[in-house]
Design a protein around this ligand. Structure first.
Ligand code: SF4
Ligand code: SF4
Length: 135
């Protein structure tokens, strides 16, 4: 079993295709929607964590392509150098997914990697270069 993070690009004319339904039903995958920007008659984007057996994941990627939906796998991850962080909170203001939040009890930064979209906005926002991208 492994988990992949993937960005799906839906052309406007394919927006109504029930891709996630088929990933779950036909390929026995666990699908977690991290971010969705989908509107009728517009190009759509969906970011997913998908977990399953290697062969099923490969078949599922072929299925996605065969439906006319393009995808990009996220190979990069965000590294938080916690020891150098001053918990100023600047990065939480730009994080679109809620992966970066301030703990309301002690006002320290928390980073939930599972929610991270690897958009890299926090990398640019951090004044101390504490957030980095790794491949
Ligand atoms: S912007 Fe940088 S220093 Fe400030 S809380 Fe975020 S990671 Fe820490
Ligand atoms: S890359 Fe940074 S800003 Fe983007 S989702 Fe991940 S933690 Fe949030």
């Amino acid at each position: 079993m492994k988990t992949i993070k993937i960005l799906l690009y839906y052309p406007a004319n394919e927006i109504a295709k029930p891709i996630t339904y088929h990933l779950i039903k036909d390929y026995d995958l666990e699908v977690n929607i991290l971010h969705a920007d989908i509107s009728l008659n517009k190009v759509g984007k969906l970011i997913l964590d998908i977990r399953g057996e290697d062969d099923k994941l490969e078949e599922a990627l072929n299925y996605i392509e065969s439906e006319g939906v393009q995808y990009k796998l996220f190979n990069r991850t965000i590294i938080w150098q916690e020891d150098n962080c001053v918990h100023c909170g600047a990065c939480t203001a730009v994080c679109p997914s809620g992966a970066l939040e301030m703990n309301r009890e002690d006002w320290s930064l928390t980073f939930d990697k599972e929610k991270c979209l690897v958009c890299e906005l926090c990398v640019k926002a951090c004044p101390l270069n504490v957030m980095n991208v790794s491949v």
